[in-house]
Write a protein that binds this ligand. Structure first.
Ligand SMILES: [Zn+2]
Length: 650
């Protein structure tokens, strides 16, 4: 920036012609820092890395008209960084400067400087900073690190699951969720690099990279190109610990495996929706280079060759579902394949050729050989059915979810058991991410019964991991979320029996009386004033978790049921009854009762609740869990887990 000022001073003519012809300008410097953007050299340091963790140094330079940027140099603490600085024109007279796969072995706050040279010999320079974080020897190391991410799960989601699955009598819970039994508790701030409201991509990638990113991005920092794959990268925890300790990586989700949270643990892209490329990258990079050994979830469509029935693969590098090709300089520096536009790829076949056992359904998952060392399971075309529908199908009910062509889907706890079994065969330990994805998706849809039961399913997986840790004591278990979803709030309980609620929901707003306003005609008398008990009147809703015999509530539609409101709601009709079908449109379901609730937010589209900025809880147990307490930024979780894995803990 000083260079710019100097040129303006020396060439008065340039001032009269305007800044565009004054001098080249550094408009972005990566890793992001307050030192670059605001001139603030003190904490908080926006970008932090582990000692030896790899990341890209990057700058965007705006050149003067009719000139180009010809070369550049990055220096750290005044010393030029060896390696190739690649200069690329990105249009609008802007240029990318990047030096790939840098790492620093000194734990300290470092300043770094880019200097770019223009074809007329004018230069631009700018300075930022980043922190490198070390570890200390504190005791036994966490051999295994398990992240359990209840997507969108905050306090209310957990409390609701406890009320429904454990019960409350005279004010005390009559049982604990598995996650309640973990000894360490912390509170996390969840904001992303560009908003107080994060989406699931940076909300989860922070646990894998230790860094913030823009919404929609995973494993990268933002840049100024539309290319989904050329962004400055940050090395994932699984990659780092595979490289330095020989650990294996596992990814388990109830979502499509290309979804944001699973992708955030192994993929580098600025577009969380690039399904073809994301799934190809799992095999090309994570399996081939970073010891990914378990991948379980939905999303089979990305693995079926283009043109065949059920395929979702696309024949493009742009737009929705895009495939990937990396810049050659990126692939060379990071030691990964460049990828290819290959819509007809048989990705399941390629996984099998790489040594994976493939399970297309629950039956085959439960029957995998005991000596399986690599496991791919793809149990539906896109997102898997939610717990409530999977359980209904097992009980022989009519509800088999949105994709009846996939009737034999495993529960998350069954996927968890198999993932632990397979990963535990790696003598050096593992990093495992397990996501309860539809806590978020069903909260978005304001489908209370489905998000609550999915939280119960998620908690059963927590229980399986706790049991594993009891026989594998050097295991760290971290249970948290990526953000809160929907502003979920337990507001009370129904005043009526389920039978009475059904009558009210069918009758509409004719039998309720609104105080001071006579007979209601808008459902508020019938389904609000006549139903919603608060405070003392709410008492203790009771759910039968025994009679079903499968550990899940016999029904969510109990008499005087728990009621949930949504503070970040989209428009919806509400009748408090379980929706017969999943993913029902909140504007066309439940309309007979005529109880319309206007949403404040349309950010997720009409009829969709949105994420909120509320802090989220974290529970931890096992080796290293003592490191987790207090209130912290979400990126700090990464560094504490790495301390446990590298430096150990008491
Ligand atoms: Zn999320």
């Amino acid at each position: 920036m000083k260079t710019t000022t100097l040129q303006l001073t020396l060439f008065g003519l340039a001032v009269t012609l305007g800044a565009a012809t004054a001098a080249p300008l550094v408009s972005r410097l990566t890793p992001p820092s307050l030192l670059f953007s605001e001139g603030t050299a003190t904490a908080p340091y926006i970008s932090r890395f582990m000692v030896g963790q790899r990341f890209d140094l990057h700058a965007t330079i705006t050149a003067d008209a009719a000139t180009t940027i010809t070369s550049g140099t990055f220096s750290v603490d005044g010393t030029p960084v060896p390696g190739t600085v690649t200069v690329t024109s990105i249009g609008s007279n802007k240029f990318n400067l990047v030096l790939r796969a840098y790492s620093n072995l000194v734990a300290a706050v470092h300043t770094f400087t880019v200097t770019a040279t223009q074809s007329d010999s004018l230069t631009a320079t700018a300075t930022g900073n980043f922190e490198v974080v070390g570890t200390t020897a504190q005791g036994r190391k966490a051999k295994n690190v398990i992240y359990l991410i209840g997507d969108g799960m905050s306090m209310a989601h957990r409390t609701a699951a406890r009320i429904v699955s454990k019960g409350i009598k005279q004010g005390k819970a009559t049982g604990s969720l598995a996650m309640d039994t973990l000894p360490a508790t912390a509170i996390l701030n969840t904001c992303s690099l560009n908003s107080i409201i994060t989406d699931s991509a940076p909300g989860a990638a922070c646990y894998s990279t230790g860094n913030k990113s823009f919404n929609g991005q995973e494993g990268v920092f933002p840049d100024d190109t539309s290319d989904k794959w050329d962004n400055p990268r940050v090395e994932h925890m699984g990659n780092y610990l595979a490289r330095t300790q020989g650990k294996a990586l596992g990814i388990v989700t109830t979502a499509d495996v290309e979804d944001a949270t699973p992708g955030a643990f192994a993929v580098h892209t600025q577009d969380r929706g690039a399904g073809t490329g994301i799934c190809d990258m799992y095999l090309d990079e994570a399996v081939a280079k970073h010891n990914l050994r378990v991948l379980l979830g939905g999303g089979r469509k990305w693995f079926i060759p283009f043109g065949q029935p059920g395929t979702g693969r696309v024949n493009t590098l742009t737009g929705s579902g895009a495939d990937y090709v990396l810049p050659a300089e990126l692939a060379t520096a990071w030691g990964v394949p460049t990828g290819a536009l290959d819509p007809s790829r048989d990705l399941i076949g390629d996984f099998v050729n790489a040594g994976f056992t493939y399970a297309p359904d629950k039956t085959s998952l439960l029957a995998i050989p005991a000596n399986t060392t690599k496991l791919l399971g793809l149990f539906s075309s896109t997102h898997m059915d939610v717990s409530l529908d999977k359980i209904a199908a097992r009980r022989g009910g009519a509800k088999v979810g949105a994709v009846p062509t996939y009737p034999d889907q495993p529960l998350l706890e069954e996927m968890t058991d198999k993932a632990l079994q397979v990963l535990n065969r790696n003598a050096n330990g593992f990093v495992l991410m397990i996501e309860g994805a539809s806590i978020d998706k069903q909260a978005h849809n304001m489908d209370t019964e489905r998000f609550v039961q999915d939280t119960i399913e998620f908690d059963k997986s927590v229980g399986r991991c706790i049991a594993f840790a009891e026989t594998n004591p050097d295991t760290l278990i971290i249970v948290t979320a990526d953000h809160e979803c929907a502003g979920a709030a337990i507001i009370g309980a129904s005043n009526v029996t389920n039978a009475a609620l059904i009558i009210r929901a069918a009758a509409g707003g004719t039998d309720g009386v609104v105080a001071g306003a006579g007979v209601a005609t808008d459902g508020q008398g019938t389904l609000r004033n006549g139903v919603v008990n608060t405070y003392d009147a709410a008492a203790f809703p009771f759910y039968d978790n025994i009679s079903s015999g499968d550990g899940y509530p016999l029904t969510m539609d109990v008499d005087k049921k728990m009621l949930v409101g949504y503070g970040a709601n989209g428009d919806r009709y509400e009748d408090w009854l379980q929706n017969a079908q999943p993913n029902a449109n909140s504007m066309t379901r439940d309309t007979a009762g005529d109880f319309f609730i206007a949403g404040q937010a349309t950010g997720g589209g009409s009829g969709t609740a949105v994420h909120t900025a509320a802090d989220i809880p974290l529970s931890a147990g096992g080796r290293g869990s003592i490191l987790f307490s207090g209130t912290m930024d979400n990126t700090t979780v990464f560094f504490k887990a790495m301390q446990a894995a590298i430096g150990g803990s008491k």
